[in-house]
Design a protein around this ligand. Sequence first.
Ligand code: ATP
Length: 250
Amino acid sequence: MTALLSRLLPASPPPSADPGALLAVDHLDLAYGQSRAVRNVSLRVAPGQVVCVVGRNGAGKTTLLKGIIGSLGPRAGRILFEGRDLTGSPPYQRARAGIGYVPQGRGIFPHLSVYENLLIGLEPVRGRLDGQLEQVFTLFPVLKEMARRTAGVLSGGQQQQLAIGRALMGRPRLLLLDEPTEGIQPSIVQQIEEVIAGLKGSLAVLLVEQFLDFALAIGDYCYVLESGQVTFEGTPGSLDTAALRSALAV
Ligand code: ATP
């Protein structure tokens, strides 16, 4: 009987329902006290893909990213990265596993120089510099020009470039971006879009955004979050944009 059961039941759950996924989020529930902010969310990011999560203010986008980086523990569900269950892992282990994060508001250190801010991004690779600085300066030449300036003097768009550059210093295989277009002028939005498009293929991006057009322009696949739940998902071409616009209208 025991032998039969052991053949019927795997000793532990399979690592992922989708072995091709770089990131698999399964039935994730996240809450602040009694208030559930993310409800039963499942999503996938394949290697090299740009995936967008769109939702209006308070939809749960930042909370979802907090769950993925591990700064907020889940009530239910699990998070797999490269097939490895990271649900109980602390944030530093997830960063070392290859999950980079650019927080909303950028989280740069205004009193440190641009260069020092970039060096902080080396923690996930234990301080090892192996060409990342040159790559970041090639992607964002303005950071090279301003390397010795204090980061607080940079414009909003330059700070966004610095925040992305800092995350890239840790050589992530998945980059999480929280509202990269927030508070920056259209010409820089275009530049950020080009940079993300240029990263596509070499690393995967999971981007949360309120700005639907940006998400549709850049995403290979989009999820729409309303009150913590996924209500639409699909490739940009397959989504009913009129329905999305009305769902996202304030
Ligand atoms: P925004 O576009 O404004 O950043 P969002 O989609 O990222 O919105 P979240 O910040 O994830 O939304 O918030 C989801 C819900 O959780 C909201 O109702 C918000 O008020 C609540 N919330 C967020 N942070 C906290 C917190 N630290 N404590 C309690 N409730 C919170």
